[in-house]
Each structure stands twice: as structure tokens, then as C-alpha cells.
Design a protein around this ligand. Structure first.
Ligand SMILES: Nc1ncnc2c1ncn2[C@@H]1O[C@H](COP(=O)(O)OP(=O)(O)OP(=O)(O)O)[C@@H](O)[C@H]1O
Length: 318
């Protein structure tokens, strides 16, 4: 099922009104993991709550498989969700929590056992939830989301509180859910994690759409990459490559950092003039950097240096 947001908008009261989500439109297709990214306060949770009918939009519409979540006849079997707030009764065991959910939604007991195993919490299933670690709680939330074997899965920050093994488990799980043809929307504020997990990215800042793209295209278009070239003929190569828009720096003798052209052009130019190249390496901007550049203007709580920590003048050593 395709998830669609059409002009989705949410204002909170107060003066001036807070535009938590501002005219947001995007689609999330089956068979892919879509990463929903944005800095803290960007509006990810509010958007997910509107997709799930838990918050009414001020304007616009959210549909899953063409209709509002609340008008699905058996929502739990069609859309599984994990939201940030935990809503499990602390005195219940994981098993009883899932059994109660299964019971009220006519889901067979065999699914409870299956999701407990899938989430790796079958051995602690008889313990009370109040003794659970954050990571175990997250796993229980994911088990509950998958209980109805839903075609669409919406998870808000599922890696929160998970240890590295748990993070890897989520990554593999989401990919396999998508490979089974399900629609997977997962929010995060970590670009590096989404780059390893998602196929597609919807990036928002201050409630507005900043990018709707594939991970591959985002990496390519981040565009701040340069090429490192190591050659004994650095001076000659610099002269040959000189052109409008091409910038070349040589902080270390014989090592050039070239931007504004690509490795192929540099390699061909060098070959045409018999210049030996010991190394020719495209340097892609780190994904996290590209994400920060994109969202810089929409960060609500940007870190500011403390007054006594003046940045060092360029070139000075600490
Ligand atoms: N009930 C509310 N009343 C007023 N403002 C709210 C309410 N819920 C959220 N907001 C504000 O709306 C904005 C978006 O919040 P939201 O929780 O959707 O962001 P988020 O991207 O999920 O952030 P985070 O990564 O920190 O969870 C924030 O500025 C938040 O303070």
C-alpha cells in the first residue's frame, strides 16, 4: 500500500501559531524502505501521528492505500506502527501485552509467538514490562507493530535505545520487510543510519519538505565532492586542468585536491600528457555533512559555541 501525504499541515495553538508541519506532500511506495529524516523538532512525529489518524491535520490529507488510516476495517493487520511514546502497562508481561492486543484484533496466538521470536524477546516474554531496558521496550514495540502481519509499517525512531546488535537487527529486519513487498516508513535524525538502511529519503526541516530522493541520488547530488590526485608533476597537471569553475589546492607537495571537475577528466588529461598518477580518488562529501548542510537553516536548537570557546583563527594550532 502506498502512503500519501497531500498538503499535510498541522498548526499548534499559541501566538504566533506553531507550524509543526507545513504543506507537506510525499509518497512512500511498497517494496522500499523510506527514511523520514529531519533534525529534532522537524515535524516527523507529528506527520506520523497524522498518517495514523492520531492527530487531525489543520489542512491536507494523509492516506494509506488510498484511504485514511482510521477508515481501514482492520487497521492493525494493514498498518503496523511504533510511535515514540510507550503505551504498555508496566505491570503486564510482554506476552500478555501482545496477547491482549491480538485478542482485541482477532489475531491468532501463533502470531504472538512468531513476533516474540522475530523481535528476539521470546526468552523475556514472561517478565513484567516495567523491568525492561529501553532496548527491550523498543523490541516489544516493534513486535506489537508486526503482530497483525501488516503490509505497511511505520516506525518512529526505532533504533532509539538499541545497542549495536539491535541497530543491525533493525536494519536487516526493515530491509527484509521491504523485500517482501511491504511499505516501510522509518523516521530518524541520523543520516548515517538511514544511508545504510533506506532506499529512499524524505527529508524535512521546520515542517517543510527539503528533499524527496533516493539515497544514491542524495549522495551524488550532495555535490561537494572533490578528487584527490597524487602526482610528481603536480605543477604541470594544475596548469593543464585550469578552467573556469575548477579549483585546485595543494596543501602537501605532490597531492592535489581538485574540485569542479571529475576523476575521468583528470585521468584523461594526465594520460594525454604522459603525467604519472600515483593516486586518483574521488572524495564524496560525508552523508552526514550533506544532511547538515541541507537542514542547517531548519535546526531549532542549534549548538552555539560557549562564549569562552572562540574559534581559533585559521591556521592557528590549539
Ligand atoms: N502538542 C503540541 N503542542 C505544541 N507544539 C507541539 C506539539 N507537538 C509537537 N509540537 C512542536 O511541533 C514541532 C514538531 O515536533 P515533532 O515532535 O513532530 O518533531 P520531530 O521531528 O518528531 O522531532 P524529534 O526528532 O525531536 O522527535 C516541534 O517544534 C514541537 O515542539
Amino acid at each position: 500500500m502506498t502512503i500519501r501525504a497531500h498538503g499535510l499541515t498541522k498548526h499548534y495553538g499559541g501566538k504566533p501559531a506553531k507550524k509543526a508541519v507545513d504543506d507537506l506532500s510525499f509518497e512512500v511506495l511498497p517494496g522500499t524502505v523510506t527514511g523520514f529524516l529531519g533534525p529534532n523538532g522537524a515535524g516527523k512525529s507529528t506527520t506520523m501521528r497524522m498518517l495514523l489518524g492520531l492527530d487531525a491535520p489543520t489542512a491536507g490529507r494523509a492516506t494509506i492505500g488510498g484511504r485514511a488510516y482510521t477508515s481501514h476495517p482492520a487497521p492493525l493487520s494493514e498498518v503496523g506502527a511504533l510511535l515514540e511514546a510507550r503505551s504498555v502497562h508496566p505491570g503486564r508481561t510482554a506476552y500478555h501485552h501482545l496477547m491482549a492486543l491480538a485478542h482485541t484484533h482477532s489475531i491468532p496466538r501463533s502470531r504472538v509467538e512468531a513476533v516474540l521470536r522475530l523481535a528476539g524477546i521470546d526468552e523475556v516474554a514472561r517478565r513484567r514490562v516495567k523491568g525492561f531496558s529501553l532496548g527491550m521496550g523498543q523490541r516489544l514495540g516493534i513486535a506489537a507493530a508486526l503482530l497483525g502481519d501488516p503490509a505497511t509499517v511505520i516506525l518512529d525512531e526505532p533504533v532509539n535505545g538499541l545497542d549495536p546488535e539491535g541497530v543491525l537487527w533493525i536494519r536487516t529486519l526493515l530491509k527484509s520487510l521491504a523485500a517482501e513487498g511491504r511499505t516501510v516508513l522509518v523516521s530518524s535524525h541520523l543520516m548515517s543510519e538511514m544511508a545504510l538502511t533506506a532506499d529512499h529519503l524524505v527529508i524535512i526541516g521546520r515542517g517543510r519538505l527539503l528533499a524527496d530522493t533516493t539515497v544514491e541520488r542524495f549522495v551524488r547530488d550532495s555535490g561537494t565532492g572533490s578528487v584527490k590526485a597524487v602526482t610528481p608533476e603536480a605543477g604541470l597537471l594544475t596548469e593543464l586542468l585550469a578552467a573556469p569553475g575548477v579549483q585546485i589546492t595543494a596543501d602537501t607537495p605532490g597531492v592535489l585536491d581538485i574540485s569542479g571537475t571529475d576523476a575521468e577528466h583528470i585521468g584523461r588529461t594526465a594520460a594525454a600528457h604522459g603525467i604519472p598518477l600515483f593516486e586518483l580518488t574521488p572524495r564524496t562529501a560525508s552523508l552526514e555533512q550533506a544532511f547538515m548542510d541541507l537542514t542547517r537553516d531548519s535546526v531549532e536548537y542549534a549548538a552555539t559555541p560557549a562564549p569562552h570557546q572562540e574559534p581559533h583563527p585559521e591556521g592557528a594550532t590549539a
